[in-house]
Write a protein that binds this ligand. Structure first.
Ligand code: ADP
Length: 426
């Protein structure tokens, strides 16, 4: 049997967030990293597949092309409904990419109507009267106003989306959503009659998303943040169940690779260092000076792997990072560190690590690429938005891996991650 839900996410960590929500609502989900090359269609045993693209800030034509390629693969896997996932702060510009991608997917699917809602109340993203709130403030008054690539100054999503698409954009407002799935469907019919192609939908609570989820049953395409995912699996009879998050039994050595420089990760690394466990610091200046820092890290790790998790980290507080960036250049420093940590991760896996925590969004991308990982089965959630995953290595072995972006995870994330895996195995 084919998959039920096929998802296209416009960035990597957003894809994991979506996959995680679907698993929690009872679907077994596989996340693919980029579109598998033609002819290499992996046989996926899952209810939902999320293809992670990097299409949020690329030129609109490239985003459209990548999304259509993803759509074709999802349809070949049997997807009955397609979910285009974007950021819960609706990151985009008048040039796109949310509007153009939505429109292209509608054309390819031959559908004249879809919904749009970035609402994710659990993360403080709500939509009311078409206006997006980030926590307690309107989007346009939030920090997103100053985003370097996608500054969001208008909070009215009907006008934001209207500027990006030739389709008429309408609104399904909160009074309708509160009335339940039937009321939403009636409104969809009315909007369709009026020639509206895309309806922004209000949602201020999980109940709103559940009602919307039921109402969009059978729509060929939905577009949303990751919030709407909580309301879709039930349409196929899925119910929350630990079985959906089941991974193969874990084994092998344990390690943590951290290239994240965010505040939360700094706290997690400090907590780990204070516990006295083995850790190796990667100093970008020594890498830049030509030292084989990855080799040193691996030699250190090899002598400690038998005793439990080993941490290899470049994580430093912001002022230290700034001074390194000042000497090496920000992009160069980032690339240098990413390359080093990716080599370390590769070496760790060669030395028998099969349970790996990676901290940092960019770092995760580099590690996953170096390991040749193309797909992840999504497992149990460690902390909100961060699940354990199982990847198949190129040699066929299973690697348990979790990819934690910047500010995610509690202070004890590194130890609680391994504890959860032990619990699951028990
Ligand atoms: P986060 O999710 O916290 O933003 P990322 O991995 O996405 O983490 O980004 C962190 C960036 O900073 C990466 O490019 C990484 O290589 C770089 N970096 C990590 N450690 C250092 C350091 N000590 N000095 C300078 N740059 C660093």
């Amino acid at each position: 049997m084919g998959i039920r839900l096929g998802c296209i996410a416009d960035d990597f960590t957003g894809a994991t967030d979506l996959a995680n929500n679907l698993v929690r609502a009872g679907m077994r989900v596989v996340q693919l990293i980029d579109v598998p090359p033609a002819g290499a269609a992996p046989a996926v045993d899952a209810d939902g597949v999320v293809i992670a693209l990097k299409s949020r800030t690329v030129p609109a034509a490239d985003a459209v092309a990548a999304s259509l390629r993803a759509l074709a693969r999802l349809r070949s896997m049997g997807a009955e409904q397609v979910y285009f996932k974007y950021c819960s702060t609706f990151d985009s510009t008048p040039a796109g990419n949310i509007g153009p991608v939505t429109e292209a997917l509608m054309d390819a699917l031959g559908t004249d109507f879809t919904v749009a809602t970035p609402a994710f109340p659990d993360n403080g993203r709500t939509v009311f009267k078409g206006h997006l709130f980030v926590g307690d403030v309107l989007l346009g008054d939030s920090g997103m106003r100053h985003h370097p690539l996608t500054p969001m100054t208008d909070s009215n999503l009907v006008s934001v989306l209207g500027a990006q698409t030739t389709r008429a954009v309408g609104l399904i407002d909160h009074t309708v959503v509160a009335g339940g799935a039937e009321a939403i469907r009636a409104r969809i019919d009315a909007l369709r009659e009026d020639g509206v192609g895309i309806a922004v939908v209000d949602a201020v609570s999980n109940d709103d998303l559940l009602r919307l989820g039921a109402a969009v049953r059978g729509l060929p395409l939905v577009t949303a943040g990751s919030g709407l995912a909580i309301g879709l699996p039930a349409n196929w009879g899925f119910e929350p169940s630990p079985a959906a998050a089941q991974l193969p039994p874990p084994g092998g050595h344990r390690a943590i690779v951290s290239g994240s420089v965010s505040v939360a990760t700094n706290g997690q690394v400090l907590r780990y260092l204070n516990s006295g466990r083995p850790a190796f610091r990667v100093d970008p200046l020594r890498v830049a000076a030509g030292e084989d820092v990855a080799g040193q890290a691996l030699a250190f790790a090899a002598s400690h792997l038998d005793d439990g998790p080993v941490l290899v980290y470049s994580t430093e507080p912001a002022d230290t990072v700034r001074s390194v960036q000042g000497r090496l250049g920000a992009a160069e420093a980032g690339e240098l560190v990413e390359r080093t940590l990716a080599r370390v991760a590769q070496g760790l896996v060669e030395r028998g690590v099969r349970r790996l925590v990676v901290a940092g969004g960019e770092t995760s991308g580099a590690v996953v690429q170096a390991l040749g990982v193309t797909g992840l089965r999504i497992g149990p959630q460690i902390d909100p938005g961060v699940p354990w995953c199982a990847a198949t290595l190129p040699d066929g072995d299973t690697l348990h891996i979790t990819l934690k972006s910047g500010n995610f995870g509690g202070p004890d994330f590194f130890t609680s991650a391994f504890a959860l895996l032990d619990e699951e195995a028990a």
